[in-house]
Design a protein around this ligand. Structure first.
Ligand SMILES: CC(=O)SCCNC(=O)CCNC(=O)[C@H](O)C(C)(C)COP(=O)(O)OP(=O)(O)OC[C@H]1O[C@@H](n2cnc3c(N)ncnc32)[C@H](O)[C@@H]1OP(=O)(O)O
Ligand SMILES: CC(C)C(=O)C(=O)O
Length: 514
């Protein structure tokens, strides 16, 4: 059965820009409009031409730049607004004037201070005037969801007769509830005698978090245009988000009687562009475009996704413009994801015991750190690889005290040949103190040639990786250690180097010397 087309009307550049702090320059609007055009959005509302010279210029620049989408300007019902919109759209390949007036009793009485008859007159005059300037005219009953049904029937019938080809029923203040709002759309469409001459549209705000639900309900009840924005940007709590609407209709094609012609792989790049231009970050758990939308940290989910992606994913990350889904390693992860990531990094573990040992170390680290990155794993594994049971020096514990006005001190506990031993020393800093305490126990006589620290990943909970270069009797070795505690990482690196010296590393592990 063939499906109706759902017109995607993007208003990121108009209602999206009404988010306090989201103003965009003309050139920024053109960049976003080009992306929307590439995505295949049907209508781009580029601004409100009468609002300012800058907005007029933006609408004009978008009309110049965009050829494959209809470009639209908002206008109140006054002739001056409509003339300004038409002027800004003059170069558009396909231009639309979107005129509106509030139809709810509260708006008519307190804001417009107009009698309902007067509102009807203004609306009809506006549509007629706009139709003399462009062929494509949309009319919105602002605050439709709080408007009286009979009054809407009356005004809509007359504006359709006057030439409006799209009738928009905005839930301006986000008051609608999906069942009631959807029913309003179908009731109007059924009752208005000339309704078949127009496309019915919805424009929902998110004050109760229902913008997408209301829009989708309206679609189920006959609406064939949805007005929306990238990332759900928009006045107050925002508008219905384009990405959610498009992917809901696509993913639940089994229930929605419509199809959209948008190239969804452009969604994530466009979302990023809008976010970087407006400075409005996308929350990580935002549907479709949030950083976590296709990320799995839980072991059971990761195991499921590795076995069969659809166990925990209803969409493919690639289909909306991500490179791939993500298995994030953290404290909730299991062996399946851990092993898979190690294999991707070219690290293979010979047997289950080696995997278990490495996994235990990984969990210890994950308890201290939110997310384990590839670099963390590489450091962790380089720590695990040497023959654990053979090493002479093993780190057990450390307490380092560093206090303003006091000399730093370290109390250290090591296993030397499997026998626990303790020592304390003061130093120029806590690392120096820890190394001195270590030397009290190992008495290596090695020279410290280099000490370097790197934060492996970003964030104050990142692992520090320390490299220590020691020389003894002409043999030079590099030891590495990693830990979220930089003093512990330093002692681990120091002990790693001592163990390499002890093992005569240049013969046994030539790649680890220099
Ligand atoms: C629901 C929506 O999102 S509607 C779009 C909202 N967007 C914006 O308002 C952004 C751009 N707006 C602006 O730059 C300015 O408000 C302008 C340029 C449009 C108008 O500025 P001003 O002339 O200074 O008027 P102001 O904003 O103070 O008040 C709005 C006026 O428009 C009137 N008005 C509101 N809607 C309509 C309408 N659809 N048709 C006719 N007049 C309207 C109001 O009654 C008020 O008239 P009044 O001054 O006679 O009382
Ligand atoms: C002008 C209309 C479409 C609007 O933005 C609203 O009612 O929210």
């Amino acid at each position: 059965m063939s499906k109706d087309r759902l017109i995607i009307f993007d208003t990121t550049l108009r209602d999206g820009e009404q988010s306090p702090g989201a103003s965009m320059t003309r050139d920024e609007k053109v960049r976003i409009a080009k992306m929307l055009e590439k995505m295949g959005v049907d209508v781009i509302e580029a601004g409100f031409a009468i609002a300012s010279v800058g907005d007029f210029e933006s609408v004009r620049a978008v009309a110049d730049a965009v050829k494959n989408s209809t470009v639209c300007s908002l206008a109140r019902t006054g002739a001056e607004d409509i003339d300004r919109a038409a002027e800004a759209l003059r170069s558009a390949e396909s231009g639309r004037i979107h005129t509106f007036i509030a139809t709810s009793p509260i708006h008519m009485e307190y804001k417009l201070r107009m009698a309902p008859d007067n509102v009807v007159e203004r609306a009809v005059a506006a549509v007629k005037h706009a139709r003399n300037l462009v062929a494509d005219v949309e009319f919105s009953c602002e605050d439709a969801s709080r408007s009286e049904y009979d009054f809407m029937c009356r005004i809509i019938e007359q504006v359709i007769d006057a030439g409006a080809r799209t009738i928009n029923l905005p839930d301006t203040v986000g008051y609608g509830e999906p069942g009631e709002y959807g029913e309003m759309v179908s009731r109007l469409m059924n009752a208005i005698p000339n309704a078949d001459k127009a496309v019915f549209s919805v424009h929902c705000h998110n004050d109760l978090g229902l913008a997408v639900a209301n829009s989708l309900s309206a679609v189920m009840h006959g609406a064939r245009q949805v007005e929306c924005t990238i990332n759900g940007l928009g006045e107050r709590a925002g508008n219905a988000s384009l990405e959610e609407l498009v992917m809901a209709v696509r993913t639940r094609a089994d229930i929605f009687p419509v199809e959209v012609s948008v190239d969804a792989t452009q969604i994530v790049p466009t979302s990023r562009l809008v976010s970087s231009i407006t400075g409005f970050p996308v929350q990580p758990n935002k549907a479709i475009v949030g950083a976590n939308a296709f990320a799995h940290e839980s072991g059971i989910h990761q195991d499921g996704v590795l076995k069969y992606r659809e166990t925990y994913e209803i969409m493919r990350a690639e289909d909306v413009g991500w490179n791939a889904n993500k298995l994030v390693l953290g404290k909730h992860s299991g062996r399946a994801a851990f092993k898979a990531r190690l294999e991707e990094l070219g690290i293979s573990l010979d047997n289950q015991a080696a995997l278990n040992l490495a996994f235990t170390r990984f969990k210890e680290l994950a308890d201290k750190k939110h997310e384990i990155f590839d670099e963390d794993l590489q450091a962790l594994m380089s720590d695990v690889q040497p023959e654990e049971s053979d090493v002479k020096y093993r780190f057990i514990g450390l307490e380092a005290v560093s206090k303003t006005g006091l000399k730093p001190r370290a109390d250290i506990e090591l296993a030397v040949d499997n026998t626990p031993q303790q020592a304390s020393a003061e130093g120029d800093g806590p690392v120096d103190a820890a190394f001195k305490a270590t030397e009290m126990l190992v008495n290596s006589g090695a020279n410290l040639l280099l000490y370097s620290v790197n934060a492996i990943t970003s964030g104050t909970d990142s692992q520090g990786e320390v490299q220590v270069r020691l020389e003894k009797d002409g043999t030079i070795v590099n030891g590495n250690g990693a830990d979220t505690d930089i003093i512990i990482a330093s002692v681990k690196a120091y002990l790693d180097a001592l163990n390499l010296l002890e093992a005569g590393v240049l013969k046994a592990h030539p790649q680890r010397g220099i």
